[in-house]
Design a protein around this ligand. Structure first.
Ligand code: FA5
Length: 333
């Protein structure tokens, strides 16, 4: 019978080793060590043994077997609990390393940065910001700005026409100056306004020319405004935008919608002169087109290219580089 007891213990331990689920191990504990289990049965059979020595020897074997099986149950249950906990932890794990592998953030394009900085500087000088439509009528883009049909200055603006209304009546604006007229019509003076935006010219592109580019227009209308105010504003802007080491100059030029007209250049700390844009005093014809009385109001306007400013500021060799969408180029700024 002692051999039977030991064999039963071996079988119990072997079964426990095969169990893979915690609940099954707990059920097996009841089956093996409970009142109806094999070792309980061995105990009941002790009474039927012939001698006291036999009872003692078999009893001891049953106790040892019970203890061995109980220890095996305990070890297996603990092992399976650990395994189940590990599975649960894995399932509920929050992967904090995600924060580190987040895709890198982009940033504003070099031209957008220049646009935003220009706005900041002019707002700092007391200007407000307005925008106008990119698809414009011939009247706003040309006629109201002193360029009637057949005016020779129109040939300087190679125009994209839009197939809308009377042929030739709708254009993609060739400059931001039409927004001057829209602002004068809508805003009561005094006006201190800048008007940034996209413009279009049917031109062959090269290192300094694009067919789609950006300008920023400025318009000041108040009482008693003179050319000295224009020169002072351009000088303050130059220092605020480029730095104290820079200065500006006005050079006589011609635009149909300003009189007198000038190009304005900036002088770099190295002494080079860069042409930035055009400017001048707003003539009575243009003030009237905007619905203002030239006897009461006077003013000046200026306009320059944002893309060329970004190009100069960052020493980009070719303005077309900024629109190749090459991430290696864009990332540098
Ligand atoms: C004008 O467009 C005038 N409307 C500016 C103006 C406004 C004068 C108000 C007086 C009063 P212009 O054609 O020169 O002028 O263009 C102004 C600026 O736009 C240029 O100095 C240049 O910086 C930029 N620009 C002109 N053409 C291109 C082009 N194809 N590609 C990139 N930038 C250009």
């Amino acid at each position: 019978m002692i051999d039977d007891v030991r064999a039963a213990a071996d079988a119990a331990v072997a079964r426990l080793a095969e169990v893979a689920v915690l609940a099954e191990a707990q059920a097996l504990e009841t089956e093996l060590l409970g009142k109806k289990g094999p070792f309980a049965e061995f105990k009941t059979r002790l009474g039927g043994l012939a001698t006291v020595d036999e009872k003692k020897a078999v009893g001891q074997a049953v106790n040892e077997a019970t203890q061995r099986v109980a220890a095996a149950v305990q070890a297996r249950v603990a092992e399976l609990k650990r395994a189940e906990r590990a599975v649960q932890l894995e399932a509920e794990r929050i992967d904090l390393t995600e924060v580190l592998s987040r895709p890198s953030r982009g940033h504003a394009h070099i031209v957008t940065q220049a646009w935003q900085r220009l706005e900041d500087v002019f707002v700092g000088l007391g200007f407000q910001v307005a925008e106008g439509p990119e698809v414009e009528t011939d009247w706003y883009n040309f006629e109201a700005l002193n360029m009637p049909p057949d005016h020779p200055a129109r040939s300087m603006h190679d125009t994209f026409y839009v197939d809308h209304g009377t042929p030739g009546s709708t254009v993609l604006r060739t400059h931001t100056s039409p927004v001057q007229i829209r602002v004068m019509q809508r805003v009561a003076p005094p006006i201190y306004m800048i008007m940034p935006g996209r413009v279009f010219r049917n031109e062959t592109t090269d290192a300094t020319h694009l067919a789609v580019f950006h300008q920023i227009e400025g318009l000041v209308i108040d009482r008693g405004i003179t050319l000295a105010d224009l020169a002072g504003t351009i000088e303050s802007f130059t220092k605020a935008f480029f730095g104290e080491g820079f200065s500006s100059r006005l050079r006589p030029s011609y635009f149909p919608f300003t009189e007198p007209s000038a190009e304005f250049d900036i002088r770099t700390p190295k002494g080079d002169w860069l042409e930035l844009g055009g400017c001048g005093m707003v003539p009575p014809t243009v003030l009237r087109a905007g619905g203002l009385d030239p006897e009461e109001w006077s003013g000046f306007a200026f306009g320059f290219g944002i893309d060329r400013m970004a190009k100069e500021r960052h020493a980009v060799g070719d303005v077309r580089e900024m629109y190749t969408n090459d991430i290696r180029f864009v990332e540098q700024f």
